[in-house]
Ligand binder design. Structure first.
Ligand code: GLU
Length: 448
């Protein structure tokens, strides 16, 4: 804990004591607290009001049973979560993750980061996150529907357009949002589009929401490159994962003149030195819901590396877009050694603390998730705006808004890092900038 300011150290110890075993949550908290020393020196009021201690304690945590019946007629039981972290800046906002690894510590790390990310967007949204240890992999459409209906049968009483607005994350896309929206509407007898985001385009969804996280992360990297008088033009890029974030990251990289040569799933890596065929990846992943290894059945020149490590492939730009802690210290060192000059995180907390240290010490352009991947939730807030106005905007108009938001986040993080004497350190910039806005709102709202 060498890097936590003395005034804050005890607060981190208290988080460890109160939240035993939640290692991802500890990691996310420590990373933010390491940045806040100079902030509390400048704003003693935040210490007096115990703002940091309050931010580390979610406003509300809901854990519930989700029973459902599989196709064989067997009863299944999963656990559901919604952690409503902070409503200082707006209704709780953040996705739902369905993945077997989900437990309270994962939802809390995601919810905690979400608060700062949402603050950085400049839009009126608080922070929350939810999900379940349900594994959608290999489940039939009917099973997914029955699970979503059961999940919403409890969740509906906690959410609402002015209260808490869930969306997707890993394992939750348009299909799942549809089933959950249907069940919410049925139980409440209200057609309330503003209660969920990531909806289908004919029933309240926003254009660009599907593309937003990947496009936004790529816009952010583009800004980091511009700040160094560089661009995507001709750059060799790696994008880990092959889900929603990865697919639209690859798409935007190609539009901006970069060449993405590899992506992955939890079984292996696809390497295509000619540049990835994105239409094929979309067909395999979005339409057929199959594994990425199918790519080499069509493109015989490409390589499938079963169990491979994508970060060993030389690149100039790396965009981790799969999941937490997918780049460790060794991977980060390999990337830097192979000539990587920019890393933009499409996933949440994909780099371990050792990895982050390597990137910061090498002084490459490193955009942490809470800044770089804020485009997804920002476009969710744009979806909420359209719902509130019973309006729907064009693709071009919405994409331009997303790009402007990402440019603005980059600028704020960049300037804040400068102001606090750490030029080029986007981790510090994002943490401080995200924190101050929430902290000021909390002071204004009094002790609640
Ligand atoms: N799950 C996404 C994130 O990590 C999006 C959340 C949302 O749209 O509310 O930010």
């Amino acid at each position: 804990m060498a890097h936590v300011d003395q005034k804050i150290e005890g607060m981190y110890e208290e988080v460890l004591r109160r939240n035993p075993g939640e290692t991802e949550f500890h990691q996310a908290v420590l990373e933010v607290l390491e940045s806040l020393g100079p902030v509390v020196t400048k704003h003693p009021k935040f210490l007096e009001r115990k703002i940091i201690q309050r931010i580390c304690e979610p406003e509300r945590q809901i854990i519930f049973r989700v029973p459902w019946m599989d196709d064989k007629g067997e009863v299944q039981i999963n656990r559901g979560f919604r952690v409503e972290f902070s409503s200082a800046l707006g209704p709780y906002k953040g996705g739902l993750r369905f993945h077997p690894s989900v437990y309270l510590g994962i939802i809390k790390f995601l919810g905690f980061e979400q608060c700062f990310k949402n603050s950085l967007t400049g839009l009126p949204i608080g922070g929350g996150k939810g999900g379940s240890d349900f594994d959608p992999k290999g489940k039939s459409d009917d099973e997914v529907m029955r699970f979503c209906q059961s999940f919403m049968t409890e969740l509906y009483r906690h959410i609402g357009e002015h209260t808490d607005v869930p969306a997707g994350d890993i394992g939750v896309g348009g299909r799942e949002i549809g089933y959950m929206f249907g069940q919410y509407k049925r139980i409440t007898n209200r057609y309330e589009p503003g209660v969920l985001t990531g909806k289908g385009l004919t029933w309240g969804g926003s254009l660009v929401r599907t593309e937003a996280t990947g496009y936004g992360a790529t816009f952010f990297v583009n800004e980091m490159l511009k700040a160094r008088k560089d661009s995507f033009d001709g750059k060799t890029c790696l994008v880990s994962g092959s889900g929603n974030v990865a697919i639209y990251t690859i798409e935007k990289i190609h539009q901006l003149g970069g060449k993405c040569v590899a992506c992955s799933d939890s079984n292996g890596v696809i390497y295509d030195e000619k540049g990835l065929d994105l239409d094929l990846i979309k067909q395999i992943k979005e339409v057929e819901r199959r594994r990425i290894s199918d790519y080499v059945k069509i493109h015989k020149h490409a390589k499938y590396i079963a169990g491979g490590n994508i970060w060993e492939i030389p690149c100039q730009v790396a965009m981790p877009s799969a999941t937490q802690n997918e780049i460790n210290g060794k991977d980060a060192a390999t990337l830097v050694k192979n000539g990587c000059i920019a890393v933009g995180e499409g996933a949440n907390m994909p780099t371990t603390p050792e990895g982050v240290k390597v990137f910061l010490e090498a002084k490459i352009a490193y955009g942490p998730g809470k800044a770089a991947n804020a485009g997804g939730v920002a476009t969710s807030a744009l979806e909420m705006q359209q719902n509130a106005g019973r309006d729907s905007w064009t693709f071009e108009y919405t994409e331009k808004k997303l790009e402007d938001i990402m440019i603005n986040i980059h600028q704020n993080c960049f300037e804040t890092a400068d102001e606090y004497g750490a030029p080029g350190n986007y981790v510090l910039g994002a943490n401080i900038c995200g924190f101050i806005k929430i902290a000021n709102a909390m002071v204004a709202h009094g002790l609640i």
